[in-house]
Design a binder for this molecule. Sequence first.
Ligand code: ZN
Length: 320
Amino acid sequence: MIKFAGLIKLPGDIWQLDLKERGLPGWTAGYLVKGTGSKDWMLIETGPASSAPRILAAVDSLGISPEQIRYIGVTHIHLDHAGGLGVAARYFQKAGIWVHPRGIRHLIDPTRLIAGSRAVYGEEKMQLYGEVLPVTPARLHPAREGTQIRLGERVLEVWETPGHAKHHVCYYDHQTKGLFSGDAAGVYLPRTSKLLKRPILRPATPGPDFNGTLMLQDLYKIALSKVQNLYFAHFGAAAPAQLLIEIVTGQLLMHMHIAAGYRGKENAQQQLCTALQKYTLKGLCSCLGDKNIAADLVGNEMDLMLQPLYDSADGLLLNT
Ligand SMILES: [Zn+2]
């Protein structure tokens, strides 16, 4: 029996770990994937540097030695997914690190990554994310479309999904027909979905890299694939994949449509953010019935749903 809080065993030898990003439960998940017929493991997503000690503690609680972490894969280099990579690389000295080729130089020298992140997130959030340490070049492997990562007989395949950011990839696990989707398939709210008995998601479209056409292509590719399970970074495992993808695709089209009405207007980002928040809450209220979205039922999921819409509004306005 696993006692480590926030560590959940999923079918198919996968463990989902709540990384407690900035101390917030249920915000960002990492995954530990066990090899088949092998003692090797892969960690997918590290979260920010301040979350890295949780990974080490979770690995220890599973009785895995740090040397057994053969690979670390990040879906993209945004700090909520990969800010802790430099720390994790020091914990897991044997691990090769997979990242899209466009991300590699920013991990070797994170100066620009840190400056760009500070501009988007602000100083307070950067402090909560912790220090971004550089990664040694020899540890980094380019994760390109079709790259196969082997853990014994288990194969994870890289899918390039550039809609969220040019350096975004997903990892497809043939064994569970599961996709570690990073932010490509949006943000999923497990507690709210359970409460409302239907999947609740929203797209993640932050500037400056979001591209709506590419994100629609990414979603279409997933919809037509064999994927059955989605392992969201925000937050957790969910199925059936096709229904989830249909919902987030519809939401994305709606967000892009709403954004078109604000482009070029004064204070457009704040205005669009407010409009997206209103639209989202209206949608939730329409399926609430006699339930409510009280904090004790859904935790901080309304914050995860609504707060990042400010950054998402920026990407929607930049996207043309
Ligand atoms: Zn993210």
